[in-house]
Design a protein. Structure first.
Length: 263
């Protein structure tokens, strides 16, 4: 128990530093380009509910992965479930803020998508969503492609939400909740039925608030272009290639441990 508590504290410390750096970067680009970058603090609740429903649908390709943590078999999965069950709700909620919702939305949506959208919003949406989804493979080498597809679809939802509302708070909230709910489902066994029902009911939002859904669809139709799609794919692939090449260079130049064999 003490070791798991220490791991939780280490995660909080690590991601607090990462988030702090990302916040400083966002502040820097905002100061350098005040006409390009700005933050809206509005929170349209109906749009949030519609976006959350779509983010739930984006999770479907990866829903099978949830079984791994409901019935963990490997040592890694067992440790992960123990960590979830020993952490408090406040700790899990805070970790999701500092490890995903805050840093990823600042970098991927605010900085990257914000810049590309000045040139071509649809190209930026495709490029950053693809890069966001597939780049999870770099930090999680064993992540399966169905999960990467889910990450990419979620990136599309977050990207559309940011372009449409220009509100970081909305997409951060959707991202935070999207990541937190599976963890709560694993952690609270007695509440699983209630969580499942609440998530299922949330899928009614696009119909219940059809006026907002229709506006989102109309906005997406307005920014769509074939050239934007092709440019988005090309830029996304280029970004992934650059990061992959950079990682290879870093690994190649990393000092080898004493006694290790060179091939």
């Amino acid at each position: 128990m003490e070791r798991l508590s220490r791991v939780t504290n280490e995660l909080v410390a690590y991601w607090s530093v990462v988030s702090g750096v990302d916040v400083l970067l966002a502040v820097l680009v905002t100061l350098l380009c005040p006409d390009v970058y700005f933050v809206r603090w509005n929170f349209p609740v109906k749009v949030f509910l519609v976006l959350f429903a779509f983010s739930v649908l984006s999770f479907l390709p990866a829903v099978g992965e949830l079984k791994r943590f409901l019935n963990p078999k490997t040592k890694e999965d067992i440790e992960a479930v123990k960590l979830l069950k020993t952490a408090t709700f406040a700790q899990l909620a805070f970790i999701q803020v500092i490890s995903a919702a805050l840093p990823e939305e600042l970098i991927f949506r605010y900085v990257f998508l914000g810049l590309l959208s000045l040139w071509n919003p649809f190209a930026g949406l495709i490029a950053i969503s693809g890069f966001f989804g597939i780049s999870h493979r770099f930090s999680h080498p064993n992540r399966k492609w169905n999960v990467l597809l889910s990450n990419t679809l979620a990136g599309l939802v977050f990207g559309i939400g940011y372009l449409y509302t220009k509100s970081l708070i909305v997409v951060m909230a959707v991202h935070w909740l999207d990541n937190l709910i599976p963890e709560l489902y694993v952690k609270y066994e007695r509440a699983r039925k209630a969580i499942a029902v609440a998530v299922a009911l949330s899928l009614l939002s696009p119909v219940a608030f059809w006026d907002q859904t229709a506006r989102l669809i109309a906005y997406l139709r307005d920014i769509f272009s074939l050239s934007g799609l092709l440019w988005g794919i090309a830029i996304g692939v280029a970004m992934l290639a650059i990061v992959h090449a950079g990682r290879r260079v870093v690994r190649r130049n990393r000092p080898k441990a004493p006694g290790s064999k060179t091939k």
